[in-house]
Design a protein around this ligand. Structure first.
Ligand code: TRP
Length: 466
């Protein structure tokens, strides 16, 4: 049965481990940091609805495509794509999808570690009660003081990178699987506790209203592209993270009770992952907006919402030290399981080329750490060195998330929809419903590529018009 899968790296123990790992990749800073503030900026409920549509119509089909390519290929994205191109008798250049993904993963890892490490610093500050009784100006100054301190950020960036690559070095079973089995349940418990806490505050009703009241007058063409880009980023698509995780997904699994083997379905797993990811994003909004409204603070604060406005809110509320600390622990857990998935594809590739896992993780982590120093310095010493999109950090971020990821998504959709032999895709997916299969095929062939082109075009257009 395993004609293509040679488990070089090991396989997930069960379907649920795959779902947890992919959800761990998906749930990250995108959900807890970015989703609430762009929802704030684009006016709340109507934007949420738009985002949900993008998840269902673009995110889910492309994720299905990525998992399918991964499981069919059975290797790291680069080697999987090489293998699939061979099987489909097309140019080996399609392997470029793998290289492109490795490059974007590497770039994202470098700055993701820096931003995630702010949350690490904030755990420490929250525990010490630093936010208690802070004024708005003090909170802003506290955030700026952290960013102005390159040594502090270098230290926390280094620690976060060690945490990330340490798990990757331990391998699929002993590293990734164990990490997500501990961190994901912890994350869900923390989120429920924090929502419970938010529900006790006077601003809860207003917070809920803000998230779910549909004011369509606020929607614009721009909101559509932003929602699209967010749906795409939050599901970790376009760089091979999900493809790599798909390669470790078994085709069938033995039922412990009956002893019979059952096929492991891609479609339903992906729907569960997308639903969990969406629940966490909405949950993060539910945990945060009520606190802002309770403290008479603005939800449309931009990127500073989590690091400036929220600490302010925690500093004013009873139990703020405890719940503020828990909140930033939650952010660290979420970012950790995401950054692992950014490093895994490149490390798996190096392992397939004969390196030891430890050495490969050291190499990738070391290189991303060095590049990350550029992002650390973008907030202080290099702050005024701007070119193209702004600072070094802003350039790396723009190039990877606004250009390379949607480009990767476009190529993945084209490959799965047009290039790969239909019989192969159909066999790998093994969908029970033919109608659903046809819907997926139409979305991935036409709709997803057009959406990706729109995202890239908008990014370039907005870059050119400042
Ligand atoms: N999805 C993660 C988040 O929302 C970020 C992330 C991890 C990612 N791996 C990725 C994004 C791969 C794109 C591609 O924070």
């Amino acid at each position: 049965m395993n004609e293509t899968n040679k488990p070089v790296h090991g396989m997930w123990t069960s379907r649920w481990v795959f779902i947890l790992a992919a959800t761990g990749s998906a749930v990250g800073l995108g959900n807890i940091w970015r989703f609430p503030y762009i929802t704030g900026e684009y006016g709340g409920g109507a934007f949420v609805l738009l985002y949900l549509a993008c998840i269902a119509l673009i995110g889910v089909p492309i994720m299905i495509a990525e998992v399918t390519l991964g499981r069919r290929g059975g290797l790291s994205p680069i080697h999987s794509m090489g293998r699939l191109a061979e099987q489909s008798k097309v140019s080996r250049r399609w392997k470029g999808i793998g290289y492109l993904g490795a490059l974007s993963g590497f770039l994202i890892l470098s700055f993701y570690s820096v931003v995630a490490s702010w949350a690490l610093i904030y755990v420490w500050e929250a525990v010490r009660g630093l936010f208690q009784g802070m004024t708005a100006l003090q909170s802003q100054a506290n955030f700026e003081a952290m960013q102005a301190n390159p040594w502090l950020m270098l230290g926390s960036h280094s620690l976060f990178m060690v945490l990330t690559m340490g798990v990757v070095a331990l391998g699929v079973k002993r590293g990734l699987e164990r990490a997500v089995e501990v961190l994901m349940p912890l994350l869900f418990v923390l989120l429920v506790v924090l929502i419970g806490y938010a529900a006790t505050t006077p601003g809860f009703a207003e917070g809920v209203g803000f998230l779910f009241a549909f004011d369509f007058s606020k929607l614009s063409g721009e909101a559509v592209v932003i929602a699209l880009g967010q749906a795409f980023f939050t599901l970790s698509l376009g760089m091979g993270a999900i493809m790599a995780y798909g390669a470790y997904m078994p085709r069938e699994i033995k039922d412990k009770k009956t002893g019979r083997t059952r096929p492991v379905s891609i479609g339903s797993s992906v729907v569960i992952i997308a639903a969990l990811d969406t629940l966490v994003a909405l949950g993060a909004g539910l945990a945060m907006f009520p606190l802002l409204f309770t403290g008479n603070l603005e939800p449309a604060q931009g990127p500073g919402m989590m690091f400036v406005t929220l600490p302010l809110a925690f500093g004013q509320m009873p139990g703020g030290v405890l719940f503020g600390s828990l909140f930033f622990v939650l952010v660290v857990c979420a970012a950790w399981t995401s950054s692992i998935s950014l490093g895994e594809p490149m490390v798996a590739w190096l392992v397939e080329r004969g390196r030891g896992r430890g050495a490969a993780a050291l190499l990738v982590g070391g290189a991303a750490w060095v590049l990350g120093i550029g992002s650390v310095l973008s907030f202080n010493l290099w702050k005024d060195h701007t070119f193209l999109m702004g600072t070094f950090f802003e350039n790396i971020e723009f190039l990877s998330t606004s250009i390379l990821l949607p480009l990767g998504g476009l190529l993945i959709a084209l490959f799965a929809g047009w290039v790969m032999k239909e019989t192969q895709a159909r066999k790998e997916l093994a969908m029970k419903s033919f109608a659903l299969y046809m819907a997926w095929r139409a979305l991935v062939r036409i709709f997803s590529p057009l959406a990706m082109i729109a995202v890239i075009a908008y990014a370039i257009w907005s870059a050119a018009h400042g």
